[in-house]
Design a protein around this ligand. Structure first.
Ligand code: NAD
Length: 301
């Protein structure tokens, strides 16, 4: 059982680190906010004094942080992971960040003899709790093979998709498809509702055909019942699409639908909806039509 350091004990990091404890690993954990540390130490982890101290006491360091700037601070900043990590340590960053930042951090790691994988996840809090996340990894095959058994304690699908940065490119591709799917679903249901149809009937009619999808099955019922409790927050999805556009620009790739969806998400954040589920993208399209997608009975009654 590896000695693991875990940095970043938020919505995702807490249940993920607890699954490693349940699997029998010994854990040293750290977060700048003490509440997360208290929660995971109560489940059996030891507390680290800083990112550097956590890394110094570990063979494998996992980070689960909000975005690239936090990863750079926690890894490269004063008191960061690279101050404490010995040569031979493996760092796995599971945050969803720009692949360009993953590559920058990997280079700094390599200069100290530290191995690095980027390994963002899909699935959200329920799958983090169940240990059934989809984990998309970028890095060297021999490093991936060493850490895959640990990652399998947190995810049911663990895939190496290419060199460092490939995990985050895969995650961004995932986020593009999900956001554009929700926006297209919104346009479709707004049109159907304005035409006087019950959106639930329309959803049931199309879900078995080519337009059917996991996104449609998960999000259409939320919209129709007006339940926008997150799930996955608007502000996190905005961050992911911004990272997708920055990565695309660096490769001279044009992503018009992604840009449009990112602008909708930005507008929704300015409208005070940043903490709603991303299914609330539909409300942007509803506002332009002046209509709400909801059950016909509720509309009439
Ligand atoms: P979160 O904000 O709940 O947790 C992040 C934690 O990092 C916080 O506890 C924060 O205090 C800590 N932190 C920030 N800077 C730090 C530093 N320098 N040192 C130590 N700790 C620091 O975020 P989350 O929802 O757990 O998401 C983490 C990552 O996973 C994000 O990149 C997100 O996009 C991604 N993700 C989230 C979900 C989801 O449904 N929440 C799903 C898939 C992927």
């Amino acid at each position: 059982m590896a000695k693991i350091g875990f940095v970043g004990l938020g919505i995702m990091g807490r249940p993920m680190s607890k699954n490693l404890l349940k699997a029998g690993h010994s854990l040293v954990v750290y977060d700048v906010v003490p509440a997360g540390v208290a929660d995971v130490t109560a489940a059996g982890a030891q507390s680290g004094a800083s990112c550097a101290d956590t890394a110094a006491r570990s063979e494998l360091v996992i980070t689960m942080l909000p975005d690239g700037p936090e990863v750079e601070t926690a890894m490269l900043g004063p008191g960061g992971v690279l101050e404490g990590a010995k040569a031979g340590t493996i760092v796995v960053d599971m945050s969803s960040i720009s692949p360009l930042v993953s590559q920058k951090v990997a280079e700094a790691c390599a200069a100290k003899g530290v191995e690095f994988l980027d390994a963002p996840v899909s699935g959200g809090e329920p799958k983090a709790i169940d240990g059934t996340l989809a984990i998309m990894c970028g890095g060297k095959k021999e490093v991936f093979d060493k850490v895959a058994p640990v990652l399998q304690k947190m995810g049911s699908s663990v895939t190496l998709t290419g060199p460092v940065g490939a995990g985050n490119v895969t995650k961004l591709a995932n986020q593009i498809m999900v956001a554009c799917n929700i926006a297209a679903m919104g346009e479709a249901l707004v049109l159907a509702t304005r035409a006087g149809l019950d959106p639930e009937v329309v959803f049931n009619a199309v879900k078995g055909g080519l337009a059917g999808s996991t996104v449609l099955n998960a999000k259409a019922p939320m919209v129709i019942s007006r339940n926008f409790k997150p799930g996955f927050r608007i502000k996190l999805h905005q961050k992911d699409l911004r990272n997708a556009l920055l990565a695309a620009e660096s490769m001279k790739v044009s992503l018009p639908f992604t840009a449009l969806a990112q602008q909708m998400l930005m507008a929704l954040m300015n409208d005070g909806k940043g903490d709603l589920d991303h299914s609330a993208i539909v409300t942007f399209i509803e506002d332009m039509a002046g209509i709400e997608v909801k059950k016909q009975a509720a509309t009439q009654g």
